[in-house]
Design a protein. Structure first.
Length: 218
């Protein structure tokens, strides 16, 4: 995504702090491009669970992906910021953001995204959310998860330090509850009949992030 487009999207949000965050995130985080690559060529709707301020939807639209986008997040401040941005961009017809907990998914099937969300749920809720996300996949849909995985390495420790500062800043309320292992992610998805692929997705960060892509056998 070019600089001009990043600036245009950032101006949809309020305040210099949030605009700076949006510019930086779009410039440095490879996850949105990774999602775009997985849903390319399909018109299926996308359900973005824990959508934050709806940046994935803005990114996809700017890159020419015009399928319906529904973002859910339990934080009313982020949903309001995201809704304002959608209105400013004139994207009300294709992008919707709603305040909801991840436990209350609407009846929609298509692609599903779960980006940097899972670890905010306690361990006991994670398999249920993964199974629920799998049920929201259509036969051609892709479930795309990005998360830090629990591993005994320095990247995992760097992640926990970053999470401490994020929580202290107030940007994410509640804080991290449980970082899943690769096995904990894989098991409920495979039990739901999905093929699962897990690969590192760190970009230029020191964090122990992985991309998990799951879909029905093709
Ligand atoms: C690190 S942010 C990621 C935002 C977005 N997915 C992205 O990558 O741009 C994690 C988001 O998950 C949301 N979240 C955490 N627990 C949630 C839950 N139980 N239900 C809905 N949203 C949740 C937080 O409010 C926050 O916006």
């Amino acid at each position: 995504m070019d600089r001009h487009t990043r600036q245009r999207i950032a101006r949809l949000y309020q305040g210099s702090l949030q605009r700076g965050y949006v510019r930086g995130k779009l410039a440095s985080d490879p996850v949105y491009a990774a999602v775009a690559a997985r849903i390319d060529g399909t018109a299926l709707p996308l359900l973005d669970i824990g959508c934050g301020i709806g940046l994935l939807g803005q990114y996809l639209h700017a890159q020419g992906h015009h399928q319906p986008y529904l973002g859910l997040d339990h934080d009313p401040r982020k949903i309001l910021a995201g809704q304002r941005a959608v209105q400013r961009a004139g994207l009300d017809a294709m992008m919707r953001l709603q305040q909801a907990d991840a436990a209350e998914l609407p009846a929609q099937q298509g692609h599903v995204a779960l980006l940097d969300v899972l670890h905010y749920l306690p361990a006991v809720r994670q398999p249920a959310l993964l199974r629920d996300a799998a049920r929201h996949l259509s036969p051609q849909g892709c479930l795309i998860i990005r998360n830090v995985l629990r591993e005994a390495n320095w990247r995992f420790h760097a992640t926990r330090v970053e999470e401490f500062f994020l929580h202290a800043s107030g940007w994410i309320s509640g804080g991290a509850q449980h970082y899943p292992s690769a096995g904990e992610l894989r098991e409920p998805l495979e039990q739901a009949g999905l093929e699962v692929r897990i690969e590192p997705l760190r970009g230029r960060t020191p964090f122990n992030s992985y991309l998990v892509v799951a879909h029905h056998p093709r």
